[in-house]
Design a binder for this molecule. Structure first.
Ligand SMILES: *[C@@H]1O[C@H](CO)[C@@H](O)[C@H](O)[C@H]1NC(C)=O
Ligand SMILES: *[C@@H]1O[C@H](CO)[C@@H](O)[C@H](O)[C@H]1NC(C)=O
Ligand SMILES: *[C@@H]1O[C@H](CO)[C@@H](O)[C@H](O)[C@H]1NC(C)=O
Length: 227
């Protein structure tokens, strides 16, 4: 089904069919000039290893929505700032989701806050933790509304704030493990189901930032809300 849908995306563009948000999980960026690796600089990228389906409840797919959802799944995330106690936490990274917008910087970046909103991103940067960048597939040629996440688990700052060995797989599985099932935050009830997808990312380390190999899996999360 997914193959059929993704195969139809360029066709829909060619014949100017409106592609409605909410009708597909996502469009494969690889089929339309995009990439499942973002641009982390130096010709390397972080894998987009989690996708929040465009079929999720629309409120989950907004900027406020993804922040509330991230808080609901129990890792206690906070929006990242670029600096913490004089430590530069890194520059924005861009991704090309094959939606006609080309390379676009991350919409938002979240870091685990260890339960302390004031110190949170600083703590994550000092002791390491789960971390993700968000990209929205909403350009004219692939308007799924899906959110593509580059998820990783980072080292502490003494290790120069890089990714732990196997940190892309570990970060993804940690986030997904927290996400599945039922969660609540700020009056919103979430129900999340997960499905692993192969074939979007090649397994291995070719082109991957820090040369960290991945298993090539992308996990698709579909999130429904009730109030
Ligand atoms: C991303 O943001 C940085 C810093 O603001 C900027 O220099 C860069 O041009 C941006 N990249 C893209 C693709 O918009
Ligand atoms: C961190 O970076 C500094 C300065 O570039 C370097 O001297 C040090 O060896 C690096 N530490 C690790 C653990 O890579
Ligand atoms: C996806 O793959 C990971 C890594 O092999 C595994 O731990 C996880 O249980 C899988 N999830 C689903 C929904 O199949």
């Amino acid at each position: 089904m997914l193959t059929v849908i993704t195969a139809l995306a360029p066709l829909a563009l060619a014949i100017q069919l409106p592609i409605q948000s909410g009708s597909v999980d996502f469009y494969d960026p690889n089929l339309n000039g995009g990439s499942m690796l973002n641009n982390a600089g130096g010709g390397l990228g972080e894998p987009l290893n989690v996708i929040i389906s465009g079929k999720s409840s629309p409120e989950v797919l907004t900027n406020d929505g993804i922040v509330n959802y991230a808080r609901a799944i129990g890792l206690s995330y906070i929006i990242s700032s670029e600096e913490c106690l004089g430590i530069h936490l890194g520059d924005p990274q861009s991704a090309n989701l094959g939606d006609g917008h080309g390379w676009v910087n991350q919409t938002i970046e979240l870091r685990e806050d260890y339960g302390n909103e004031e110190l949170g991103t600083c703590l994550e940067s000092i002791i390491g933790g789960n971390h993700f960048r968000v990209y929205r597939q909403d350009g004219p040629s692939a308007m799924s509304g899906a959110l593509f996440l580059a998820v990783s688990r980072e080292q502490d700052v003494e290790e120069n704030h890089t990714i732990v060995p196997d940190g892309y797989n570990i970060g993804r599985d940690q986030l997904v493990g927290h996400a599945i099932g039922k969660h609540d935050f700020d009056g919103v009830h979430y129900k999340t189901v997960a499905k692993n997808i192969t074939g979007l990312l090649p397994p291995g380390s070719v082109g991957v930032n820090h040369g960290i190999a991945t298993d090539g899996l992308t996990t698709l999360l579909t999130v429904q809300t009730t109030r």
